[in-house]
Design a protein around this ligand. Structure first.
Ligand code: SAM
Length: 408
């Protein structure tokens, strides 16, 4: 942190002290709400996340590869729990939690934070301070709906996902496996090459390199690179590759030479970009929950596709994933779904305060007294479905409650 500039807000010192303060509390197991308590490695913690984080700190320090959080956005009306933060209250709330959360990240880990315009600027400054400016990775734009709602002069249709890593020197490149669909679009095997599906790639480049005539052995036709371009291989290599069928004269054998490249021999991953416009929308998320519960049970879920997409590039197959504002437990859903699809063994840690569902809400009428009840039931329902198709999947979770005790 440079001395010349510091982001300040009322209550900052207190928030930092709060993060360090020891608490008088324990994690009480609740066996009858858990699933596969003795064997599962997933956790569901009920309680205030600052307390819960402090209690988990010893066991999980440096072990969590990916944290995704979706804190209350400080938007009046959107949230049932404390939707009336003043600016400084919100900053203090998130600051103390991030200070503790940072300790959980592995050296190559990263945190993803959903946020809207209102607190984005403050969140960035707080994260610069907590994680360090050099560990800033991206300010992702997530297109969350198609049409604006006439809000303000330029209605927003996006949220941000602010990304920081624990230590830029240890972060490995984010890589997305290419989907079957993309592969099929790009690679095919019209000549039944035993090396499998292939595509063609240019044999020239603009940086200075070899320049000579390549002769088509079948037709005798000579080819030179176009003006300002050069071959990417020398003559001996070109001859070797023609013989090996790795340089071809177009698909019919009569056009300019190109490289034949095989899907199986390439490292077919791609980097994510900071532009998320195909990762599901708010209304997709609402539909997903509707499908699970048969009613509108939670006001502001994120789509599973969005979180699953992040996990695809930000986790390994056995990573621990944490969400300490877990709401309807979308992150747990995404972890199980991704494990099912790629054979992974990622584990989740969900933390959620026992916020009461609003009186007269559909959730309350359906018997869900708190958001935790919704989250746990979602994990059970999604888990049951997945388990039927993937019997080895860990769909269990240990439930713990933060029990505070006071000394008299
Ligand atoms: C925007 S919602 C998260 C929604 C979630 N991403 C989903 O897809 O369902 C934020 C959640 O954080 C919870 N929350 C707020 N303050 C909290 C705290 N101090 N500790 C734990 N949870 C908290 C709220 O109850 C709310 O359910």
């Amino acid at each position: 942190m440079s001395e010349s500039y510091e982001f300040n807000f009322v209550g900052k010192k207190r928030a930092a002290l709060e993060a360090q303060k020891k608490i008088q509390a324990t994690l009480q197991p609740i066996i009858n709400q858990s699933r596969d308590f003795d064997t599962t490695e997933n956790l569901y913690i009920e309680g205030d996340n600052l307390d819960a984080l402090k209690l988990l700190q010893e066991s999980y320090r440096g072990k969590v590869k990916c944290i995704y959080i979706d804190p209350p956005y400080n938007t009046k009306g959107d949230f049932i729990y404390r939707n009336d933060f003043t600016h400084s209250d919100w900053c203090a709330m998130i600051y103390s939690r991030l200070l503790v959360a940072k300790n959980f990240l592995t050296d190559d880990g990263a945190i993803f934070i959903s946020i809207d315009d209102r607190e984005q600027a403050n969140l960035r400054k707080i994260c610069d301070e907590v994680f360090g400016e050099k560990n800033f990775i991206a300010n992702i734009i997530w297109k969350r709906k198609v049409h604006g709602n006439n809000m303000g002069f330029i209605p927003p249709v996006h949220d941000f996902i602010v990304v920081y890593c624990k230590d830029i020197n240890f972060l490995k490149p984010f890589a997305l496996p290419q989907s079957e669909e993309t592969l099929k679009k790009k690679y095919s095997n019209p000549d039944n090459d035993p090396r499998g599906a292939w595509t063609t790639m240019s044999l020239t480049a603009s940086h200075k390199g070899p320049y000579f005539a390549i002769v088509n052995p079948k037709t005798g036709e000579k080819f030179f690179p176009p003006p300002g371009r050069y071959w990417v291989f020398n003559e001996a290599e070109v001859l070797r590759r023609i013989a090996d069928g790795r340089i071809i004269f177009g698909k019919r054998g009569t056009s300019k030479p190109v490289q034949k490249v095989f899907a199986a021999e390439r490292n077919l991953t791609s980097k994510p970009t900071a532009w998320f416009d195909k990762q599901g929308s708010n209304s997709d998320a609402t539909k997903e929950l509707l499908k699970i519960f048969g009613r509108k049970i939670f006001v502001s879920p994120k789509p599973v596709t969005l979180i699953e997409y992040i996990l695809k590039f930000a986790t390994d197959k056995n990573s621990i994933v944490m969400d300490f504002f877990s709401g309807s437990a979308t992150t747990a859903h995404a972890v199980m779904k991704l494990n099912a699809s790629d054979g992974g063994q990622r584990k989740f840690i969900m933390i959620q305060i026992a916020e009461a569902t609003p009186e007269n809400s559909e959730a309350r009428r359906a018997g869900y007294e708190t958001v935790c009840e919704i989250g746990k039931e979602r994990i059970r329902r999604v888990g049951d479905k997945l388990k039927a198709a993937y019997p080895n999947l860990d769909t269990g979770f240990k439930v713990f409650k933060v029990e505070t005790f006071t000394n008299h």
